[in-house]
Design a protein around this ligand. Sequence first.
Ligand code: ADP
Length: 391
Amino acid sequence: MWELVSLISTATAAGLFRAWLSARAEAKETVDRIRRQAEAERASRDRQLRQAEVEQVTLLNSMIEGLLVLDEGGRVRLANEAFAELFRLKQTLTGRTLMEVVRLHEIQEIYERTLVEGRVHGFELELPSLGNRFLQINAAMAMDTDGNRRGMVMVFHDVSRIRELEATRRDFVANVSHELRTPLSMIKGYVETLIDGAAGNPEVASKFLHTIEKHADRLTFLIEDLLTLSHLESGQFVINVQRTDLSEKVERVCEDLFNKAEAAGTVLVNEVSADVWVRADSDRLEQVLSNLVDNAIKYGGAGRVKVGVGEGRPGMVEVTVTDTGPGIPADAVERLFERFFRVDKARSRDQGGTGLGLAIVKHIVQVHGGEVWVGSVVGKGTTFHFTLPSA
Ligand code: ADP
């Protein structure tokens, strides 16, 4: 009997033990599964965090504006690449103070003003030490969700190009007004003198009327050149590129300017051989050649003006216009293609010049994909070079 009881007990105990073992294994598996899940979630969260960080850095570095984030103590927490470029900084910026980083008391003052006022908007700063740049700075305190100050965000916008364009526009308007006013006041002065009695003297009247005509012509040339330039710069300027015979174009320009050259004692020589073809807008090419040869006669004086071809880059034809005139001083050469720039203002005006011819030449050549430059030796002469695609 006891044996039976003992057998049953043993069997029950064994069953219970097996059940306990299996429950333990199951529990362990559950714990492992939960742990694995937690690890996977943590890894995924870390990945997401790292991804968010990468995206944030990419976003900040894609900004054109320089961005600087300072902590509560005024030390750099974050700066984007544009900020480092703007201030030409190469070293690590994190942890340094604003003054250590930018070394500009004006920016330190903006920082202090922002601490007091909460934000500073549209502060503009000229920085001669950074290549005469103009910066517009916006700064604001950064707050946390409870409204506590957590530091400061500063945004630096480089507005140098805008200021430069504004200055160019201002200069242009001033120049145009001046160029228009000069011949107009001359015309008015002569007309008044004629009204006041000079008209009664045929000799004086004829002289005055010729002068008036000359100044009226100047106004016409100026307005024509201004319209051409504005058309060229409008972005809607279309060129009708065709296979063009360069030598024939040069010949035509030389014929048109023959009388003018003869009056100045200048000999025009076309050295372009008949087999040179370019891809160009025929009328515009004539305008370029005409401007350069006309200048060579006007400023070169008595002597020779030669149009030829030089060795251009592959696929390009280099055209040269050479005179034997007084040449152009080196400091003026760099500015020659600027609008209204003249080496000798009085001489240019006297010759009916507008100061826009070379600016027009440069535009036309560039629209064709070419380049224009000048070489000059004072006392010997000047050569203008321009390139056009060969055909
Ligand atoms: P402008 O209407 O005054 O001739 P351009 O733009 O054609 O205007 O030329 C600008 C200036 O460049 C001229 O005023 C002149 O001083 C100088 N220049 C141009 N071509 C020559 C040249 N061949 N020799 C000397 N100076 C020149």
